[in-house]
Design a protein around this ligand. Structure first.
Ligand code: ADP
Length: 198
């Protein structure tokens, strides 16, 4: 992760300098939150958060990448769990991943007719993942950009929900979380987090 931080130094600069935001979260929270662009399967942390589907049996996108890197043992454990509802989160081992655990959360398929319903579900994904992480003693965690791939959630709106939910959680819970990293992959999400994070 140190290497990824270095390679994303420019992105970090643009995130943390020149903000004109009227809201400035406390320094203790800012210092616990990071942003990188890269492959979440390479991160050596206590947990990474997968944008899973409700079967938990793997799919495309980041889910497929995580299952490929973790090996078939992950699918076997997920099969035992019997699925997960939209907005909920479950935890598994990381197997062949550098990360110790995987938190699987199921994001909403974005509905432009019911954006508030989509937003509530996306908030739940972040909240339930953070609660589960804290309960399980996870100190360092990386989130993929839930629902902004195949599930079609607009990147800017999703980044705002992610940043707000994490900030609120860190403010309101005497959390053991030491480090929360947002992992972006596509340029549209890099841009969205660069705008939302400050
Ligand atoms: P969803 O179905 O929730 O939209 P996707 O896997 O399609 O899930 O996309 C979620 C996000 O994960 C997208 O922003 C996509 O660019 C990103 N992504 C895809 N592969 C990786 C990866 N290896 N590491 C990190 N993020 C990834």
């Amino acid at each position: 992760i140190a290497q990824l931080y270095q390679t994303s130094a420019l992105a970090k600069e643009s995130v943390f300098s020149g903000s004109t935001s009227s809201f400035l979260p406390s320094a203790s929270i800012n210092s616990r939150v990071g942003l990188i662009r890269g492959d979440i399967t390479k991160l050596q942390l206590d947990a990474i958060v997968n944008a899973a589907n409700s079967t938990l049996l793997g799919g495309g996108g980041v889910d497929g990448a995580i299952h490929r890197a973790a090996g078939p043992e992950l699918k076997a454990e997920c099969r035992e769990m019997g699925g997960c509802s939209t907005g909920d989160a479950v935890i598994s081992q990381g197997y062949h991943l550098p990360a110790k655990r995987v938190i699987h959360t199921v994001g909403p398929v974005y509905s432009s007719r019911e954006p508030q319903k989509s937003e509530r579900a996306l908030r739940s994904c972040y909240e339930n993942s953070l609660k589960l992480a804290s309960l399980e003693g996870v100190k360092t965690i990386a989130f993929s950009s839930i629902s902004t791939g195949v599930y079609g959630y607009p990147s800017q709106d999703a980044a705002k929900v992610a940043c707000e939910t994490v900030r609120r959680f860190l403010e309101n819970n005497g959390s053991i979380l030491e480090r929360v990293v947002f992992v972006t992959f596509e340029l549209k999400d890099v841009t969205a987090y660069n705008e939302a994070l400050p």
